[in-house]
Structure formats: structure tokens, C-alpha cells
Ligand binder design. Structure first.
Ligand SMILES: CC(C)(COP(=O)(O)OP(=O)(O)OC[C@H]1O[C@@H](n2cnc3c(N)ncnc32)[C@H](O)[C@@H]1OP(=O)(O)O)[C@@H](O)C(=O)NCCC(=O)NCCS
Length: 196
């Protein structure tokens, strides 16, 4: 497979990921034109390749900062992002240089994958596959978030979270899932008719 063909496969996957994760997304064209999370991800796919060539590191940083100005999403070119990542809304997302993010992860706005120390070396989180990070969640330090974990909106995670766990609060604690309350299903179409 040529480089161009591989790039097209990945870009198409990114569009499909946004469409499958966001019920509001109506077409791939709409996602490609109007989703800042997708724009930031595509810019990162370019800057991350540039990061491996020492002479291109400064241009990579400049593209990353220009993308931040345009989208509100700051992803360091050194961060390793998996396939089909979906950044919903996006504004305020920060992903640090040594962060690693798995496949099929969903991030909402204001998520930080940040450091807790100013030392060199690995200082940002490692996020497994299929993890959901709620709006405003902060994951700090070289912690590990296991596959399929869910991090609540506004949680501050400073310790490892096991695979499949739900972690909420400040500092985040792993919670049992409460049984869901049963509530009558409302058909939005009927509701609109009723209101009109
Ligand atoms: C964490 C989350 C994934 C859990 O969802 P869930 O699997 O349905 O789990 P539950 O709702 O059963 O919650 C488990 C417990 O954590 C609590 N909880 C859930 N989310 C919480 C949050 N963000 N902060 C604090 N507590 C939270 C619940 O009240 C419940 O507590 P209880 O056992 O005392 O009743 C979800 O609540 C969440 O925060 N998702 C992020 C969504 C988001 O950011 N959306 C932005 C759209 S723009």
C-alpha cells in the first residue's frame, strides 16, 4: 500500500469515527468541513510525522500552534495518537508531548492529558483503547488508563484507572455503576409535534 493510499484510509476512518460517535453528524462532508476535532487530528497526523525529523521539529511546532489558534485544540507533535480518535467539540483540549492515546478513544472539550512535573522523559498519561474522557476531565502525570475505562466529566485523575472502570470526581475514584432508573422512552419526533 502506498503512503498516499494509507493516508487516505486513515483520513476516511477519522471521518467515519466522528460520524459513528456523534449522532449530530449528518455527512462526511459536514464532518470534514465543520469539525475542529477532526481538523486538529489531521494536523497532528502531519506534525507527528514531521516530529521524527529533527530539522522539521520547529515547523511541526509552528503548525501545531497555528492549529491551536484555529481550533482551540493543542496537541504536541510528539504525542502518539491511535486510530479513529474522536475529539468532540474540542475547545480547550490539551494533549502533552509524551501522551499516548489508543484506538477508538473519545475526548470531549476541555480534556487535559497533562504533566505533573517539569522533568524530561515520560510525564504524560497513557490512555488505552476505547476509553471515553468526559468534558473537562484532567488526567495528570504518567498514569495509565486501561482499555474501555470511562472518565467522568470534570474528574481529575492522578492515579492509574483499571480497564473497564468508571472513574469520577476530584481526585477521581473508581465507582460502581448504579442501576439505571427506568424512564418512559420519549420519541423526539412526537415531542416536536406535540410542542408545535
Ligand atoms: C462517568 C460517566 C461516563 C459515567 O456514566 P455511567 O456509566 O452511566 O455511570 P453512572 O451514571 O451509573 O455513574 C456512576 C456513579 O458516578 C456518578 N457520576 C457519574 N458521572 C459523574 C461525574 N462526571 N462527576 C461526579 N460523579 C459522577 C453517578 O452519580 C453515580 O454515582 P452513584 O453511584 O452515587 O449514584 C458519565 O457520567 C460521564 O461523566 N460522561 C461524560 C459525558 C460528557 O462529558 N459529555 C459531554 C457532552 S458535550
Amino acid at each position: 500500500m502506498s503512503l498516499l493510499h494509507r493516508a487516505l484510509v486513515v483520513l476516511r476512518e477519522d471521518l467515519e469515527a466522528a460520524r459513528s460517535q456523534d449522532p449530530a453528524a449528518r455527512s462526511s462532508l459536514e464532518v470534514a468541513l465543520a469539525y475542529p476535532g477532526v481538523h486538529a487530528l489531521w494536523a497532528h497526523r502531519l506534525t507527528h510525522r514531521m516530529w521524527h525529523t529533527p530539522l522539521l521539529r520547529l515547523p511541526a511546532r509552528l503548525i501545531s500552534q497555528a492549529t491551536r489558534a484555529a481550533t482551540g485544540i493543542e496537541i504536541h507533535p510528539g504525542a502518539v495518537l491511535g486510530r479513529r480518535l474522536f475529539i468532540d467539540h474540542g475547545m480547550g483540549v490539551v494533549i502533552g508531548q509524551t501522551a499516548v492515546v489508543g484506538d477508538d478513544v473519545v475526548l470531549f472539550h476541555n480534556v487535559t492529558l497533562g504533566g505533573r512535573s517539569m522533568t524530561h522523559g515520560k510525564r504524560h498519561p497513557t490512555v488505552g483503547d476505547r476509553v471515553v474522557l468526559g468534558a473537562g476531565a484532567k488526567v495528570l502525570g504518567p498514569v495509565w488508563i486501561g482499555d474501555d475505562a470511562q472518565i467522568g466529566a470534570n474528574a481529575v485523575v492522578v492515579k492509574d484507572v483499571p480497564a473497564g472502570a468508571v472513574a469520577v470526581g476530584v481526585p477521581a475514584q473508581v465507582r460502581e455503576r448504579a442501576p439505571k432508573a427506568v424512564r418512559p422512552v420519549e420519541d423526539p419526533a412526537e415531542l416536536i409535534e406535540y410542542v408545535i
